[in-house]
Design a protein around this ligand. Structure first.
Ligand code: ADP
Ligand code: F6P
Length: 323
């Protein structure tokens, strides 16, 4: 193998740049040429491919977003689009591709491997929803952003003795909401993995008020319902002074945490090693504090409950600690 390409795709995540830096530096260290593909799969189809040097990835380890830009690319969902992408890779003599992104991007990578292109996939999404890895790049930074917001909201919630509903991202996964709720001391956490019970939520609020609690923080994952919908239900059932806060895309930005930078560096370098060892469709991940490689198909295997590696024990703990 003489030359590989790297791209970032799907929703961006803090730490993508650190992963890109690791891929480029490790490749050059190993004597490989490395090309950057701009704008995800769209750039692959359009041939926006440039050779990267050591200096190309200088001063980016601390930056959020992705220097290569990202995109969602409907054209890559078609066989014709993917053929065009393959033609570009052949034209640039690329023999392997590192895809940094979420599970959608991994599906795209699997399609590339079916066309004969070796791929190694680096999980980067704030949703932490990729089967087979305990953590994805960007999750820790987003979590800290959410915690910072909860702490601030708690101040004003206390002053005004209000209930706040905070909506967090995560698509169909509840990890961000669950971890943020636990670390932020929320009274109630609603996640897609667990059915919610409106009378119980109301009861908990009432019990809190009776005990003299000055505020209540409810975290709702966007995959359950919007904060506005939940507020509507609360206000209809019970006259609670409620405000909503939708954190939105601030969760996707910002300088990556130390933890995300380290994870990104480990994952990026391991992806290059994996390609060099001749693996053709691999996902990189972290299990029990060890960096691992596993079959890309495992990401798409259905779990019993339909959710990726959900930590039920953590959900139970969050309820026990917020009585
Ligand atoms: P993420 O990678 O963050 O989950 P998306 O789900 O939007 O983000 O996927 C990113 C891109 O990956 C899509 O815009 C598309 O180009 C490509 N992709 C997603 N699913 C597939 C698929 N089944 N086949 C081929 N390409 C796909
Ligand atoms: O997958 C990352 C994510 O931020 C999800 O949490 C969210 O549902 C989605 O992307 C938002 O996508 P967009 O940036 O296209 O609005």
């Amino acid at each position: 193998m003489k030359k590989i390409a790297v791209l970032t795709s799907g929703g961006d995540a803090p730490g993508m740049n650190a992963a890109l830096r690791a891929v480029v530096r490790k490749s050059i260290y190993e004597g490989l040429e490395v090309a950057g593909v701009f704008n995800g799969y769209q750039g692959l189809i359009d041939g926006k491919i440039e050779l990267l040097q050591l200096g190309s990835v200088g001063d980016i380890i601390q930056r959020g977003g992705t220097m290569l830009r990202s995109a969602r690319c409907p054209q890559f969902l078609t066989a014709e689009g993917r053929e065009q992408a393959m033609a570009q890779l052949r034209r640039h003599a690329v023999e392997g591709v590192v895809v940094i992104g979420g599970d959608g991007s991994f599906r795209g990578a699997l399609e590339l491997s079916r066309l004969g292109m070796p791929v190694a996939c680096v999980p980067a999404t704030i949703d932490n929803d990729i089967n087979g890895t305990d953590f994805t790049i960007g999750f820790d930074t987003a979590l800290n952003t959410v915690i910072d917001a909860i702490d601030k909201i708690r101040d004003t919630a206390t002053s005004h003795e209000r209930t706040f509903i905070i909506e967090v991202m995560g698509r169909n996964a509840g990890d961000l909401a669950l971890w943020a709720g636990l670390a932020g001391g929320a009274e109630t956490i609603l996640i897609p993995e667990e059915k919610y019970d409106m009378p119980k939520i109301l009861n908990r609020l009432r019990r809190g008020t009776e005990r003299g609690k000055k505020h209540s923080i409810i975290i709702v994952a966007e995959g359950v319902m919007s904060a506005a919908e939940l507020a509507e239900k609360l206000i209809t059932e019970e006259k609670v002074d409620t405000r909503v806060s939708v954190l939105g895309h601030i969760q996707r930005g910002g300088s990556p945490s130390a933890r995300d930078r380290v994870l990104a560096s480990q994952f990026g370098a391991r992806a290059v090693e994996s390609l060099l060892r001749g693996n053709v469709k691999t996902a990189i991940g972290m299990k029990n504090h060890q960096v691992i490689e596993y079959a890309l198909e495992h990401v798409f295997e259905k779990t019993d409950d339909g959710f990726s590696d959900f930590d039920k024990g953590m959900y139970t703990l969050s309820k026990e600690l917020s009585i």
